[in-house]
Unconditional design. Structure first.
Length: 287
């Protein structure tokens, strides 16, 4: 599932392409993705609306809209789910098989494509209010992280996936941050020392910043036939050779640790894969 860096890279790519464009046509091909907004309401509100901006909150894309005649400003919330893609294509280009929503913007179509239809493009943005601080924002500090973790008995890897703790971190970058901080993924969050929390806070910010910087070097336009490519988890499909893989533990089970040479291990936590180095990340039951 796309995490904060992937969504941020996509937002930066799409923002200048959709800003100030008017939605002239709304075609919903999979009604479930606009839920809980009704199909009728979705089409009524969006038709004639102007896209005035695009931002990110956690893993969500927030399209700022000004309704027809400028009577009201609204937010259109997008989430890519596991397999979602958002891109612009020529108006007369064939639509992909799994196009869920198509917004006509004149000479181009904005296409939300989702093979599994787990994502959303909806006018209900209530989820955003439940999110924790942005990990790259001023509100996210080592001290605030320590306070949020101190009473938790959950394993720190599992706790990092709680979007109410901090917004945008998912399975991949949680594993990467814990490796950088030399913290066992099984350690109870409330047992972390102040020094460990500070290392983790710094590692979270470093790994996300690096991922955004490297992902921003990927050209996202791969032609109308395939739509736009998208930076996922360190490498885009068919990415040029100049962009190398930067993930240090995720999906590297059995490969040598880049720091000490020990074989990377995989465990399952909360039904998700966790990758770690048993030597660099010793502690609390990790074997």
């Amino acid at each position: 599932m796309p995490e904060l860096p992937e969504v941020e890279v996509l937002v930066r790519h799409l923002r200048p392409l959709v800003r100030n464009k008017t939605i002239r046509r709304v075609e919903v091909r999979r009604a479930r993705v606009v839920s809980p907004t009704s199909l009728r309401e979705f089409q009524r509100v969006l038709t004639g609306a102007k896209i005035t901006g695009l931002s990110r909150r956690g893993k969500f894309l927030l399209f700022q809209l000004q309704t027809a005649r400028g009577r009201k400003t609204l937010t259109l919330l997008g989430h890519l789910g596991m397999t979602g893609r958002m891109f612009l294509a020529r108006r007369n280009a064939p639509l992909p098989k799994h196009a869920a929503v198509v917004l006509g913007l004149g000479r181009e179509n904005f296409i939300y494509e989702d093979q599994r239809y787990f994502g959303r493009l909806t006018l209900d943005d209530s989820t955003v209010a439940k999110l924790g601080p942005e990990p790259l924002g001023e509100d996210f500090s080592a001290d605030s992280l320590a306070v949020a973790l101190k009473c938790s008995r959950r394993a720190i890897k599992v706790k990092l996936l709680d979007q109410a703790l901090v917004a945008g971190i998912g399975n991949i970058y949680a594993s990467e941050a814990l490796f950088r901080a030399r913290i066992s993924p099984r350690t109870a969050a409330g047992r972390l020392t102040r020094a460990q929390v500070r290392r983790l806070w710094r590692a979270i910010r470093d790994v996300l910043t690096t991922a955004i910087r490297l992902g921003s070097t990927i050209p996202l336009n791969f032609g109308d036939a395939a739509g736009d490519g998208l930076f996922y988890f360190g490498r885009a499909v068919d990415a040029p050779d100049f962009y190398g893989e930067r993930l240090r533990v995720y999906d590297r089970r059995g490969k040598s640790c880049v720091r000490c040479g020990t074989a990377i291990k995989r465990i399952v936590q909360a039904a998700r894969s966790t990758f770690y180095c048993p030597r660099c990340q010793r502690g609390s039951g990790v074997s």
